[in-house]
Design a protein around this ligand. Structure first.
Ligand code: ADP
Ligand code: ZN
Ligand code: ZN
Length: 727
């Protein structure tokens, strides 16, 4: 169909000086222009990709340029998608073009508009048992099969962590009839397993609630302890929607967690399931967009950026581990995918389910004041007791590699009983500081306001913020003394100490130094998955999601930093982390055990969390925030700026304060140095805006942006709306 009357299009572009530009279209003009990408000229000889957001009959501008090419044969984004992106842009105070370019997968931003490549995928053709039998003598092939079975269809290129000849292995497996070539990244389930259990009364109640409210917008907070069967509730919430021809978007915080959920879903959901995350090729991500947009997949399991995926008929959004900070993008446009999920639910008129064992205080507040339905699961499906948490006082005790004698004994005992132990410590390297005994000098990075971490494996000092590394000084640069020593422990040191003191069992370390590639990750994981007794020393990397069935003890080396933090959310984050790592211990046959080492065992925090639980901790925390007028009882934004010269930076921020002006409803603090005052040679400062009313804050920021454009001018700055970190 064509129509010659609309020949001016309004195109959103990522350019610093405008939100949209008008262009004219010549030739035969399709009617459904809105939501299609176009290539348009800018200036003398530049071509840009933009998206048509409106059509009109005349423009305020004369001498319009002409659209070079319409890139899409049909709209890539529908009305609701554009609305979501438009509202996000307004909320996060960026231009529409910038928000669009954040939302679009890289493939769709290419000016030369290449066709999405036909990639060759392999999917399994038989069940695991049959393959296992057939591949008894071919362990490499089995590994590839098993991986695809667990993670869904793969391109050989994505299997390089398993084998350098993954492509050949896939071919061999295909010849044996165990794998099958596929042109799609999603699986299309024909056979599903029925669970061998019935829902608990709690699960049933929660599920009924979700099912009874699945025709309109509403938000449910699924607040369920670890092992309470939230996944089962997710699955059964989706089924009726899929049956009526709708689609589902499931968000997970990290790539690492997609396989697990994907695998569970793929066993139970009949339909077409796709994954979407940054580990996929650009082409694959573009294809998921197309398929979801055309209605060719039913469920998309995605990380943060998947929130913008277009759907033909979206019926529900689930957000797993909704409290997780990974949902907040920390560079470019700082959006929160969790918050956008709620906005999207509203736009589409569909239900949103936020699930967590440790809901964000923000979300709990919405539940407490009835903005969200509060659905709780407070018992474990297997009736097993939650792990026992025990505090270990670090005061005046001699430690070995950061561990007390008592902790070491407990570790040894679990190993002797045939169990695995996880030692959790969020600090890699040997030691976080190098110190002069005589004068107290501590080694710091020249370019950052940060101490250097000593790494023993290469005997270097490394800055964890800019990666610059240094040779160890022979003398103290301040006093010339040779009495230098390390202070504090990191994963390297913990590993070495345990290996020396408990030599009979392997120690397997997981941090960014020991597992730098997916292949190393897989190798370490395979060692743990044998189930043999071992000590796993790991950072944050291991805190989430991974279930190790024979793990019975979790040791948290030191948590005290959180008690000195200036972030008003530090205790919330600590509680979430502790419960998360504790959850790793619960799956073994025996009741799990958790040891938290601290100098402050009498701290109120522990008393509340251990005696009264997370919900009470959250209620107390919310009360404090109400008293202090902090989020969620206020609305916050941070203006972050950086520059080579501190005085210029400060002067600039003072100028911004002037431009912001006085508003009784908004308090402006600053210019304050950022917690890390200098990073990669740049000084960093911020203004913290705290307001008791959201509209007032946003109005003020909007006015500010009219006077100052962050993309122009001498100082780089941006606005972080609803910041989750002060650094
Ligand atoms: P959560 O996500 O809440 O931590 P999961 O969904 O992982 O919990 O459930 C824990 C385990 O309990 C899973 O192995 C799941 O298959 C099982 N499960 C779920 N519901 C039930 C039930 N009603 N009875 C028995 N087992 C269940
Ligand atoms: Zn010195
Ligand atoms: Zn540095």
């Amino acid at each position: 169909m064509s129509d010659f009357s609309h020949c001016i299009v309004q195109v959103a572009l990522k350019i610093p000086f405008a939100n949209t530009l008008d262009y004219q279209l010549s030739g035969e003009i399709p009617t459904d222009l809105i939501g299609r990408r176009v290539r348009v000229p800018l200036g003398k000889n530049k071509l840009l990709v933009g998206v048509i957001i409106d059509t009109k009959n005349n423009s305020d501008y004369k001498q319009l340029k002409t659209v070079d090419t319409i890139l899409d044969e049909q709209p890539l984004l529908n009305k609701n998608n554009l609305l979501l992106i438009n509202k996000s842009a307004k909320y996060y105070k960026v231009s529409l073009g910038e928000m669009l370019m954040t939302a679009l997968p890289a493939w769709f931003k290419k000016v030369d508009n290449p066709a999405i490549p036909q990639e060759v995928w392999f999917k399994t053709n038989v069940d695991s048992e049959q393959a296992r039998q057939q591949l008894k003598k071919a362990p490499k092939q089995w590994q590839v099969f098993d991986y695809i079975q667990q993670n869904g269809p793969q391109m050989p290129a994505a299997l390089s962590h398993l084998s350098a000849s993954a492509s050949a292995l896939c071919k061999q497996l295909t010849e044996k009839g165990l794998l099958q070539q596929s042109d799609r990244s999603f699986i299309d389930n024909k056979h599903i397993e029925q669970p061998d259990f019935i829902l608990t009364a709690d699960q049933q109640q929660v599920l009924n609630h979700i099912k009874n409210h699945n025709h309109h917008f509403n938000v449910s907070l699924l607040d369920g302890i670890t092992g309470s069967g939230k996944t089962e509730v997710y699955i059964r919430s989706l089924l009726p929607l899929l049956e009526r021809g709708q689609q589902a978007l499931v968000l997970v915080p990290e790539i690492g967690l997609t396989p697990q959920l994907f695998q569970t879903f793929s066993k139970r959901i009949q339909g077409r399931l796709a994954v979407f995350h940054s580990g996929l090729s650009d082409g694959a991500r573009a294809r998921v967009w197309q398929q979801a947009g055309n209605g060719h997949v039913d469920v998309v399991v995605a990380t943060r950026s998947g929130i913008f995926t277009p759907f033909k008929k979206l019926g529900i959004i689930l957000v797993d581990e909704e409290h997780d900070l990974s949902y907040k993008q920390q560079d470019g446009v700082r959006y929160s995918a969790r918050d956008l999920a709620v906005l999207r639910g509203q736009i589409e008129g569909i239900p949103v389910v936020l699930g967590s064992a440790t809901p964000a205080f923000e979300s709990l507040r919405h539940a407490l004041n009835n903005h969200y339905y509060w659905l709780t699961l407070r018992s474990r499906t297997n009736q097993k007791a939650l792990p026992k948490i025990q505090l270990q006082n670090l005061d005046s005790r001699k430690t070995h590699g950061g561990l007390t004698r008592q902790t070491l004994d407990a570790i040894e005992q679990q190993l002797d009983n045939g169990h695995q132990v996880l030692v959790f410590l969020n600090r890699r390297g040997w030691s976080p500081k190098l110190l002069c005994h005589d004068c107290g000098w501590i080694a710091e990075c020249d370019d950052c306001d940060a101490y250097l971490t000593y790494h023993k494996h290469n005997d270097r000092l490394l800055c964890h913020h800019c990666r610059r590394n240094y040779r160890l000084p022979e003398f103290c640069p301040d006093c010339g003394s040779q009495e230098m020593d390390t202070l504090g422990v990191g994963t390297e040191q913990v590993e070495t100490a345990i290996q020396q003191l408990i030599p009979d069992f392997p120690v397997i370390r997981f941090d960014r130094d020991s597992v730098a590639t997916p292949r190393q990750w897989q190798q370490q994981l395979d060692r743990v998955r044998t189930g043999n007794p071992c000590v796993i020393v790991g950072t944050q990397m291991l805190a989430k999601g991974h279930d190790f069935p024979t793990l019975s003890l979790v040791v948290v080396v030191n948590v005290d930093n959180s008690f000195y933090s200036t972030d008003f959310r530090a205790e919330e984050y600590l509680a979430q982390l502790l419960i998360q790592v504790a959850g790793r211990a619960g799956r073994a046959e025996t009741t799990g055990q958790v040891i938290i080492q601290t100098h402050q065992p009498k701290h109120d925090f522990f008393h509340t969390l251990l005696q009264q639980g997370y919900e009470q901790l959250a209620r107390n925390g919310l009360k404090q925030r109400r008293d202090m007028q902090f989020p969620p009882f206020s609305h916050m934004a941070i203006i972050r700026a950086q520059h080579r010269f501190e005085d210029k930076l400060e002067a600039f921020l003072l100028e911004l304060i002037d431009a912001i002006g006085q508003d009784p409803a908004v308090s402006v603090m600053g210019p304050l140095p950022a917690p890390m005052q200098k990073k990669q040679k740049l000084h960093r400062m911020q203004l913290i805006l705290n307001a008791n009313n959201r509209r007032g804050l946003h109005q003020l920021l909007k006015q500010l942006l009219k006077k100052h454009n962050p993309t122009q001018g001498p100082v780089r700055w941006f606005i972080d709306i609803d910041p989750v970190s002060f650094d």
